[in-house]
Design a protein around this ligand. Structure first.
Ligand code: AMP
Ligand code: ZN
Length: 490
């Protein structure tokens, strides 16, 4: 099954497969570690996770590279405000980023590259650009890319960039369309700033050069796919193309994927509007990491996701339904035999699921048949018409679903506990309801639930009730059903 994915460069759905028949070589721009990651950032990282997981599920191995921007204007400004170096400023946010990726069950790329560890490669690339007549040095010792040397500039974002003044320069890392000008490759050292002493002078890299240098280092001069949020299309990706293609005379990436920006309550997320959320903010409000994952991936990457708390509650309920069903199907004592209808329903759901993801990663269309199957199977279970021979087919479909969605297993306690510990160490407020739940690990709960079952068997109902009440106080509910006992955190 081949994935058809929208390609920003060609403006159409193109088949995505490895050019060299081996691994699919992909580069996705990573975080700028100047603060904790917000849900907009994680929406993009999660959609890239959907892509890599679907490729792997369909038998395509991936070689995925992500950079960490640990030197840029914002980092330098924030570190300076605290009176510390960028090397002292960024580690906390790098660690937090990986912790958040783990909470959201985002798979680690095969290679993660930090900008500050690849300065030499950037310098070499700038030298190559100079040799090609596309880079020049200014009086203060900075280096710029000469836009005029790359007539194809603008081919990705399709912006009309005619009338760009030759030699006009922009030196900030991020800028708007109308300031498309010669952009900084290397910025001369300024007092108090971290800098590197290199063959092209003392200074630090501009933002764009790192992705050109590091993608080349790990993936070669031309690779299969480049991804990022839609804001990166211009100028960042346009600049990467200009740098790389001028140096190599080869297309940087054949395929470009851009994730549409997330809105919150219908508006652009902003700290001053009070609609700005980090993952940690949501965990500390008592939402589960799995629900955030589900909410952020369920809207296809090219659609505008409007994040709301209702949406998060819907995701929580949807996961609950799936987990309850999964447990029921796994454990239920079933009549022998196989039902033609259920076999067909499982196969159909599975086929529709794959087809939807192969169609430009349509996660919404992929989810729907799975929930239809759950409904049909639950009805059959209620009527005792779900047979032992159907179990495997239904579980196999759920397994493929979870290879991409990864929400079935209840692993929410860890992220919540981590967030609470972090908030307490950081002096932040934590919802009381989260604090009472502290102190009981999944294993401890399992042990108490087992003790309760044992107590009931031994007709020690006082102890059984005591355990139930104790757990309830900590927000853990026990459910008895004909298929056994399960517990969940409220
Ligand atoms: P940054 O840390 O700002 O460099 O961003 C990391 C990634 O998150 C980039 O791919 C951005 O395009 C993406 N991103 C930032 N804000 C949003 C948003 N509101 N919605 C979706 N993606 C975003
Ligand atoms: Zn980049």
């Amino acid at each position: 099954m081949t994935l058809r994915l929208f390609n920003t460069l060609t403006g159409q759905l193109d088949e995505l497969s490895p050019a060299n028949g081996g691994e699919l070589r992909m580069y996705a721009c990573g975080p700028t570690v100047y603060d904790y990651g917000h849900i907009g950032n994680f929406r993009t990282f999660l959609q890239v996770d959907v892509l890599r997981r679907f490729l792997k599920l369909t038998g395509v191995p991936v070689r995925h590279v992500m950079n960490i921007t640990d030197v840029d204007d914002k980092i330098i400004r924030n570190a300076a405000e605290l009176g510390i170096s960028i090397g002292e400023y960024t580690p906390k946010f790098v660690d937090a980023f990986f912790e958040d990726l783990d909470s959201l069950r985002v798979e680690r790329p095969e290679f993660i590259a930090r900008a500050t560890e690849h300065i030499e490669k950037m310098v070499q690339l700038i030298q190559r650009l100079e040799a090609a007549g596309a880079a020049y040095k200014t009086e203060d010792g900075s280096w710029y890319f000469r836009l005029k040397s790359f007539p194809e500039y603008g081919k990705l974002s399709k912006k009309d960039l005619t009338g760009i003044e030759d030699g006009a320069r922009v030196d900030v890392d991020e800028y708007e369309k109308d300031s498309a000008r010669d952009f900084a490759l290397w910025k001369a050292v300024k007092p108090g700033e971290t800098s590197w002493d290199t063959a092209i002078g003392r200074g630090r890299p501009g933002w764009h050069i790192e992705c050109s240098a590091m993608s080349m280092e790990f993936l070669g001069e031309s690779f299969d796919l480049h991804a990022g949020g839609e804001d990166l299309m211009f100028p960042h990706h346009e600049n990467e193309i200009a740098q790389s293609e001028t140096a190599t005379k080869k297309p940087l990436a054949r395929h470009w994927m851009h994730v549409r920006f997330l809105l919150v309550d219908g508006k652009k997320m902003s700290k001053s509007d009070g609609n700005y959320y980090t993952l940690r903010d949501l965990l500390l409000k008592g939402y589960k990491a799995s629900a955030v994952r589900m909410a952020l991936i369920s809207v296809p990457y090219r659609h505008q996701l409007n994040f709301t708390f209702d949406g998060l509650t819907e995701a929580t309920n949807a996961i609950d339904r799936l987990r309850t069903f999964h447990e029921r199907v796994t454990k239920a004592a079933l009549p022998t035999g196989e039902s033609e209808a259920m076999q067909q329903a499982a196969a159909k759901a599975r086929a529709e699921y794959f087809a939807a993801l192969a169609n430009d990663l349509n996660t919404a269309d992929a989810r729907a048949p799975i929930f239809d199957l759950v409904r049909a199977a639950n009805t059959a279970l209620d009527k005792n018409e779900f047979l032992a021979g159907d179990r495997e087919a239904v579980l196999a479909t759920l397994k493929d679903f979870d290879a991409v969605f990864d929400v079935l297993e209840d692993r929410d306690a860890g992220p919540t506990e981590r967030a609470v510990a972090w908030a307490q160490a950081d002096g932040r407020e934590v919802a009381a309801e989260l604090l009472t739940r502290q102190g009981l690990s999944d294993g401890e709960i399992d042990a108490l639930v087992a003790e309760r079952t044992q107590s009931k068997k031994q007709r020690n109902f006082a102890r059984a009730d005591q355990i139930r009440n104790e757990l309830a106080e900590k927000g853990i509910l026990i459910e008895d059903s004909k298929d056994g006992v399960r517990w969940k955190r409220k």
